[in-house]
Design a binder for this molecule. Structure first.
Ligand code: SF4
Length: 351
């Protein structure tokens, strides 16, 4: 029967949450009719809080060295074929300068867990960005560190931190990561970040190997509890040099459905239409916006290193994905009735 998930979608909108069983049922039995209803509600809620603005973040992928070996990741330490690079302090600052000129007011410093950038060295870079661009938000996305390190960087001027929880369930987590990396530690980091006053972003892969509707249900319940300012989700896409090379990718369809569900559960959250979404379908990001997303993150890294930050195969890094093409990206957004906004794009999801 078509549209049988609609009553649950209505309940979700009203209560901003469902039970684990209801989440799993809604996800498992989704169909086109339920999705159409969901996206219509998600758009309405998103426009109510954020209008037709699309927030932009300038993504600076400053190192692809990583001490970890996550099974799904193209820059895992065991991948001897990855061409490694690190940006110097000067190169990072120059990315910010370009970004500011282009209209970015949030810089996202993203990298593998690379010990070359010691806590002190990172703190110096953060405080330099903070001093030079006072009206910008500084977001970090550099993995699992101690609470003291997070505190140091917060005091140096960082505002936000992105750390996807990847999957809430410890057993599922253990099938995606080598021993030593645990769901519990990942989640502990997120709670620490929150307590330290960061605006926190988390998220998960959709369609990751071995994922079940129950895993996604647990992810939704965790998101509700954490109540982050941002949620980044994208389809799993395999990388040819990883143990998951032969695993099927996640689908656009399920990713869009999950975006819509998140918008209904956390109405004021920031929700990016991610690069991975644009990678699996040419109009993936537009579809993401129409399913409730309100953020895009073009690439501000120096063009010569972009093709080396290859987390998964065929990752977009040129064309409208490049920060230099903001006008083109804006034109694409205008075509579906939205527009890029030049501001810090803070979350309204504050406690
Ligand atoms: S997913 Fe992150 S932590 Fe894991 S190997 Fe890749 S860059 Fe490193």
């Amino acid at each position: 029967m078509n549209g049988e998930g609609i009553p649950l979608i209505r309940r979700l909108e009203q209560n901003r949450g469902l039970t684990r069983e209801e989440w799993a049922e809604l996800i498992r039995n989704r169909d086109d009719e339920s999705a159409a209803c969901l996206f219509e509600r998600a758009r309405e809620i998103r426009i109510r809080h954020y209008g037709h603005d699309i927030y932009i973040r300038g993504l600076i992928e400053f190192t692809n060295y990583c001490r970890n070996d996550c099974y799904y990741c193209g820059i895992r330490k065991s991948n001897a074929n990855a061409v490694r690079y690190r940006l110097s302090r000067e190169e990072i600052l120059s990315c910010c300068e370009t970004g500011y000129r282009l209209g970015f007011r949030t810089f996202v410093l993203q990298g593998g867990e690379d010990g070359w950038y010691t806590p002190k060295r990172m703190a110096e870079i953060i405080s330099e960005i903070r001093t030079s661009w006072k009206d910008c938000a500084i977001t970090l996305s550099v993995g699992e560190l101690s609470r003291d390190t997070y505190r140091l960087w917060k005091e140096a001027g960082a505002d936000r931190y992105l750390l996807r929880h990847e999957t809430y369930d410890p057993e599922h987590y253990a099938r995606l990561h080598p021993a030593g990396l645990t769901a519990a530690n990942r989640q502990r980091c997120l709670w620490n970040l929150k307590e330290l006053g960061y605006q926190v972003g988390t998220g998960f892969m959709v369609g990751s190997p071995y994922q079940t509707p129950e895993n996604l249900a647990d992810d939704m319940i965790f998101l509700k509890r954490l109540n982050p300012q941002m949620v980044g989700i994208g389809p799993f896409i395999s990388h040819h040099d990883t143990p998951f090379a032969q695993m099927p990718s996640g689908t656009l369809e399920l990713t869009l459905f999950m975006l819509g569900l998140i918008r209904l559960m956390l109405p004021k959250v920031l929700l990016p239409a991610t690069t991975a979404l644009g990678t699996i379908a040419p109009d993936g990001r537009e579809k993401g916006i129409l399913a409730g997303a309100n953020v895009v993150m073009p690439n501000l890294s120096p063009p010569q290193v972009r093709q080396n930050y290859l987390l998964y195969d065929n990752k977009l890094c040129t064309g409208d994905e490049a920060a230099e093409s903001l006008k083109d990206l804006d034109a694409r957004m205008q075509k579906i009735g939205y527009h890029l906004a030049v501001n810090r794009g803070d979350s309204l999801n504050v406690e």
